[in-house]
Design a protein around this ligand. Sequence first.
Ligand SMILES: [Zn+2]
Length: 108
Amino acid sequence: MPSNPLLHFITKVINIEDIKVVNYDFITEDEIVVEIQNQSKFSQCPRCGKTTNKTHQNHWYMVRDIPMSDYQVILKVNRRQLKCTECQKVFSEELSFVKTRRTYTNLM
Ligand SMILES: [Zn+2]
């Protein structure tokens, strides 16, 4: 794992609220994949309204972000599927930045 100060720096540069950079990897000379995770652990069940943080499944996907200087940035995002402890409904957590950052291109 990369050092914490560097991850902290990348988190600052990426500048997305409520996320944490957990890893990064240069896939070519000028392309970097940055793994990010949602910081807010609890999500609300769309069926019964109870909040839960019980992860049912991790679901990673890749989106292209705004370039950093000369580097192409690809975000690897974990959008967790959660399971409601009350009504057992499985649902995807809300990721606020996916809505607000419209420069994204879905890669998969
Ligand atoms: Zn529920």
